[in-house]
Structure formats: structure tokens, C-alpha cells
Write a protein that binds this ligand. Structure first.
Ligand code: AMP
Length: 634
């Protein structure tokens, strides 16, 4: 019997099968001839077999006690399993049940056992998720202290056209199904198929057309009516699906409404605040807002003022602009906190708050900053959270900051865009830089190259320049002027390649990136999804190449493997060969993969990110205790 054919049910079965009935009944060795054996003989053979198994179990026990072998666990497990099987078979034999029925009964028992193992796993996961659930709601301390709670969404002057309101609910549901829009929440606003029916002014519709945007994308069909009706929202859609317009267009319309009824005066505003995790993303969003505000102004509407508050640029210039009164502010958390603390800006009239790439922001450690920013709000606001990756853990805890939220989900949270062809290549560490040049030949420019470390970005940049490649680079260690210049040159197609750390992986929308190269695999599968999402945007096709080697942790490789399977990509042989014990529990319950980090290759019970977080917490508790003890000694 070949090894691969062996049963995995444990040693008893192996022993049982070795005592094959063939040798008992002295049959011919000729395998091709299988003579008829009467039932009576078969029953007799089986009886003999059972007796042998029983003897074997007791002789093994004797042998163990004789040799002093006292691995208690193995002994009891092997022995009792064998005894169990023997007892079960004995019972059947006595009751004269057919072999087929015996087989079915055994199968049923096995299924039951399997189910209870799954239940156990799910219960364990639930407990774990509960234990790591944020105890503190994502609300400002002042809001919590005053016990302020709002139950009704903010009221706006917008409502869908009558003919849309009169369409039966089932038709709206059918539209959602057609575009794979999943919604959660109470009284969900109707999805709408055209910008005109959403009541945007002509000048906006024309400005959209100039950008070749003629029809709302699925996230816009459902998201825009929800936001325009004043609802709080969690928006989850794959990278490059048009999320930005879902929060940009309504805030422009609300600001216009405000300005028309009572113009903003000096020092007033902002009415809308958009917070982004990186300066580049903030700048991009600000430019989109400027574009539509200008389009409105050219059509004779009042001028709306937007401002950009990010680190690395003069705070004074920003403050001067704000003093003139602003409608919309786009900011990164650090600079915003700074300006709030210095009382250069206030949020008392702010009624609209967006956290773009919300989960990334919380992951990057901005959670406390976000809470502090919330504390500057006076009165109710409309809160919107957006991202392509939003694990359940963050959704649950973010809900505490939302009022009757609507969750709009297009595709699984954390799924990669289907328009990206993902190629994964095994490249030895020392061969990577040379292999990069070959990989660059796969497509024409523009190409984005990502690396985890700033030093690697610099090394790749230098190497490419030496080889005559028109490349620019950005990372957190470079000054803002250099970063902005590099991004601008790359955007204008003056440079072919942009080398960057993850500062460029979230939300940045470069036109027609042909190829994303991951010089290394990020430590987090969510960062991988964001990185490769810089290509294959809005229906265009793109390629992503990722270099991996044996320095990469197995758990992240398993996440990658299952992400590739989900996106129906070709699995390279080394990922295919990668197998883990934990993979058998991957598709349990409603939640696929890990409820903590969203990785598809493991469950929350063995999440490396959660483990790292717990270790960090444990060491900081230890440190606090140590420091506290030190103080007491003084
Ligand atoms: P976003 O996911 O918001 O970064 O948008 C990705 C890209 O899709 C941007 O270049 C948008 O201009 C473009 N886009 C957004 N909405 C639409 C639409 N409804 N139709 C066509 N292109 C769109």
C-alpha cells in the first residue's frame, strides 16, 4: 500500500487494514481474480478480524506497560479510539445490520462530529472577537461623558424624484442585485441610475462628462442617494470604483445650499471636513473638489472655498485662507490636530465628516486623534467612513460613532479588484534588483513600484536612474516639496516610474497605471489589496507583479494564496503547495477568513496581526507595571 493512500483516521485503521481479509481466507494472490465469498464466510471473517483488533489493542497496552512507555495521551487516544471502533462494530455485528447501513451510520456519526468541531471553532472565534472588540466606542470623550446620543439622521433638503419613490421595493432590490450592491441598515434610500435623477445641476453633470463620467458606478448608485439624504454611511468598494465622488459631490451640494441661504463670512467654516491618511491622497481629493467647485462657479453659482491642511506646507498660508471662511476642508490628522489645538480652526459649524480609508487610518494608529477631532464638533454631524478593506472588527466599533448607518458594500470588504491580473514570482532576495529591470519590460509605462522600507525605495530609485529609467520616488522621509513634485511629474507622464512606500498605496488615483510591482510583499494583506488597486481602475485592465521568497511569513502567503483563489488568478506552484492545518476552517459561518484583519488565509484564532497587537499590549502593560513599581520605590 502506498503511503499516500493511507487513511488519516489514525493508527487503528492502519492496523486493521494490514490484517487484510485476503490473507485470512487464503485467497489466491492473483489480484485480477475476485471469487465470490458467501455472506456466512464474510461474517465469519469479520468476526475473526474484530477479535484480532481487540487482541492487538490489549497486547499494545500490555507492551506499553511492560516497556514502561507512558505517553499517557497517545496511549489513551489510540487505545480508546480502537476500543470505540471495536465496540461499535461489535454492536452492529450483533444486530445483523448490512455493511452498507453500517457505512452510512459511520458516515453520519463522522459528520456530526465534524459539525460539533465547527461549532466549537465558531464559538471560540466569537469569544475572541468579543475580547478584542474595542471597549471604547469611536466617540469623543466629551460626547461619551455627556451621554450625547443621536437617534435620527441629519435632515437635508434633498429627496429622490417622485417617480423613483413610487417604484416598488422589489425593483430597487433587483437593481441592487444586478450591480451586486449589498446593503445593510434601516430604511435604506433607493438606488438611482442617473446623475440627473440625483438632481445634480447641469454644470456638475457637464463637468462629470468632461472626465468621461456619464453614468454612476454601483457604489455611486446607492451611496450618493444615501449621503444626499443625510444618512451616515460605511462605504466599502474595491479600489478604483469611484468612491471619492460619493462623498465629494454631496458636500459640494450641501455647501452650495448653505452659501445660497446665508453666505459664509470671515473665520466661518468648514461645513464639511474630509480626513485622509496621507498627504498625497488629501491633495488629490482637494483637487477633485476644486474642479467641481470651479465648474459651478463658471455657471454663475457662488464661489465655494475649499482648503487643504496637510503637514509639510506652510501652516500660515493655510491659516490665512481659513480666515476668509471655508466651506470644505481636506486634511491629514496630524496637521488638523495641530491647527485645532492652536485654535486656528474650529469645528462648531461642521456638520459633515468623512474618514477616507477609515480602517487604514485606525490601523496606522490615528484612533486617538480621530476621537480628539470628534470632540471639537458641536451638535450632530453626518459621518461617512470609506475604504476598500474594512474588517468586521473595525466596522463594528466604528458603528458606535454613527447614527442609523447604511452600509453599502460592492464586493467583499478586502477583495482585490477583478480587473487586476495578479502575478506572483519567486525571486531570491539578492536577485530582486536585477529581476526588477526584466519585470519592468512586461508593460509600457506608467509603472508603480512599491517597497516597504524607505532605504529600499532610495536604492531602487538610484539603480533605475543609473540604468537610464525615468523614475521618481516618494516616501515619508522626503520633504513635502519633493514628494509633491515627484507625484506631479509622474501624473503628467513626464516620468515613467514612481517608486514609493505605502504612502502612495492608499486612494491615489493615477491615470492608466499599467503595472504595479511589489518589490516586496507588504506585512499586511490589506496593504497588498490597496497597492495593487492603483492599477485596473474603473474598468481598465492592469497587471500586478509581486516578488516573494522564503523570507516571507507563511501566514501572509496563505492570505495571498486565498486572495488569488478568490480572484480566480493562476496560483504559482509554490503557493499551491503551501498547505496549512488552519485552512480547513477557512469557510465557516458568514465571515470568510479572519474577522480581525480580513485575511482570507487564516481565521481570527490564528491571526498574526492580532497576536502582534496582543504582544504589544502585554509588553506595554508590563512596562507600565515596572514604571509604576519604580515610582512607588521612590
Ligand atoms: P476613485 O475610486 O474614487 O479613486 O475613482 C477611480 C477613478 O474612476 C477616477 O479616475 C475617477 O475619475 C473614475 N470614475 C469615478 N466614477 C466614475 C464613473 N461613474 N464613471 C467612470 N469613471 C469614474
Amino acid at each position: 500500500m502506498s503511503h499516500s493512500n493511507q487513511s488519516t483516521d489514525g493508527p487503528v485503521v492502519k492496523r486493521y487494514r494490514r490484517e487484510s481479509p485476503k490473507s485470512e481466507s487464503n485467497q489466491s494472490d492473483d489480484d485480477s481474480y475476485v471469487p465470490y465469498v458467501p455472506v456466512k464466510h464474510r461474517q465469519k471473517a469479520m468476526h475473526q478480524q474484530l477479535t484480532r483488533v481487540r487482541d492487538l489493542v490489549s497486547s499494545t497496552d500490555e507492551e506499553r506497560s511492560r516497556t514502561g512507555f507512558d505517553d499517557h495521551e497517545n496511549r489513551t487516544a489510540d487505545g480508546s479510539k480502537a476500543a470505540e471502533v471495536v465496540d461499535e462494530l461489535d454492536e452492529w455485528r450483533k444486530s445483523n445490520v448490512s455493511l452498507l447501513d453500517q457505512h452510512n451510520e459511520l458516515k453520519k456519526k463522522f459528520e456530526l462530529k465534524k459539525e460539533s468541531a465547527i461549532e466549537k471553532q465558531l464559538k471560540e472565534e466569537e469569544k475572541l472577537l468579543e475580547s478584542v472588540a474595542e471597549k471604547k466606542a469611536l466617540m469623543a470623550v466629551s460626547e461619551l461623558a455627556k451621554g450625547i446620543q443621536y437617534f435620527d439622521p441629519i435632515k437635508t433638503g434633498w429627496q429622490p424624484p417622485r417617480h423613483i419613490r413610487e417604484i416598488p421595493k422589489e425593483k430597487h432590490e433587483a437593481l441592487r442585485q444586478k450591480y451586486r450592491i449589498l446593503v445593510e441598515g434601516e430604511d435604506i434610500p433607493e438606488p438611482i441610475k442617473t446623475f440627473k435623477e440625483m438632481k445634480f445641476p447641469k454644470s456638475i453633470i457637464n463637468a462629470l462628462k468632461k472626465k468621461k463620467i456619464t453614468k454612476p458606478s454601483p457604489i455611486q448608485m446607492q451611496g450618493l442617494p444615501a449621503v444626499l439624504s443625510g444618512r451616515d454611511m460605511i462605504g466599502i468598494a474595491f479600489t478604483g470604483s469611484g468612491k471619492t465622488l460619493v462623498f465629494v459631490m454631496p458636500v459640494i451640494m450641501f455647501s452650495l445650499e448653505q452659501e445660497l441661504s446665508l453666505p459664509f463670512i470671515k473665520d466661518e467654516g468648514p461645513y464639511g471636513l474630509i480626513i485622509c491618511p496621507s498627504r498625497e491622497l488629501a491633495k488629490q481629493t482637494y483637487e477633485i473638489i476644486q474642479y467641481y467647485c470651479e465648474a459651478l462657479m463658471h455657471s454663475g453659482m457662488p464661489s465655494l472655498r475649499a482648503c487643504l491642511c496637510i503637514g509639510g506646507v506652510s501652516i500660515k498660508e493655510q491659516a490665512d485662507l481659513i480666515r476668509r471662511g471655508v466651506h470644505i476642508m481636506v486634511a491629514t490628522p496630524g496637521r488638523l490636530m495641530d491647527m485645532l489645538e492652536k485654535k486656528m480652526i474650529g469645528l462648531h459649524v461642521c456638520r459633515y465628516l468623512v474618514l477616507d480609508e477609515a480602517d487604514r487610518m485606525i490601523d496606522m494608529g490615528f484612533e486617538e486623534d480621530v476621537r480628539t477631532i470628534f470632540s471639537y464638533f458641536k451638535g450632530q454631524r453626518q459621518t461617512l467612513l470609506f475604504s476598500a478593506t474594512m474588517p468586521k472588527k473595525i466596522q463594528n466599533f466604528a458603528r458606535s460613532a454613527l447614527v442609523k448607518p447604511v452600509t453599502v458594500n460592492v464586493g467583499r470588504a478586502g477583495a482585490a479588484s477583478k480587473d487586476v491580473e495578479q502575478q506572483v514570482e519567486y525571486v531570491k532576495q539578492e536577485a530582486k534588483i536585477v529581476h526588477l529591470l526584466d519585470t519592468l519590460q512586461k508593460t509600457e509605462p506608467p509603472v508603480l513600484i512599491f517597497a516597504e522600507k524607505k532605504q529600499d525605495v532610495d536604492a531602487i530609485h538610484e539603480y533605475l536612474l543609473l540604468k537610464g529609467v525615468e523614475a521618481v520616488a516618494i516616501h515619508g522621509g522626503k520633504d513635502q516639496e519633493e514628494r509633491s513634485r515627484a507625484v506631479a511629474e509622474f501624473r503628467r507622464s513626464e516620468k515613467d516610474v514612481l517608486v514609493a512606500t505605502d504612502v502612495a498605496s492608499k486612494g491615489l488615483d493615477f491615470q492608466e497605471i499599467k503595472h504595479v510591482i511589489n518589490y516586496d510583499m507588504p506585512g499586511d494583506i490589506e496593504d497588498y489589496v490597496h497597492r495593487i488597486g492603483r492599477t485596473g481602475r474603473y474598468g481598465r485592465q492592469g497587471i500586478a507583479t509581486t516578488f516573494i521568497n522564503k523570507s516571507i511569513e507563511e501566514s501572509i502567503l496563505l492570505d495571498l494564496k486565498h486572495l488569488l483563489i478568490e480572484a480566480k488568478q493562476i496560483l504559482p506552484p509554490f503557493l499551491e503547495a503551501l498547505q496549512s492545518e488552519s485552512e480547513k476552517y477557512l469557510d465557516l459561518g458568514d465571515e470568510r477568513g479572519c474577522a480581525y484583519c480580513g485575511g482570507l488565509g487564516h481565521r481570527i484564532t490564528n491571526c498574526p496581526k492580532l497576536e502582534a497587537m496582543q504582544n504589544k499590549q502585554a509588553s506595554s502593560v508590563g512596562r507600565k507595571d515596572y514604571l509604576a513599581a519604580g515610582t512607588a520605590d521612590w
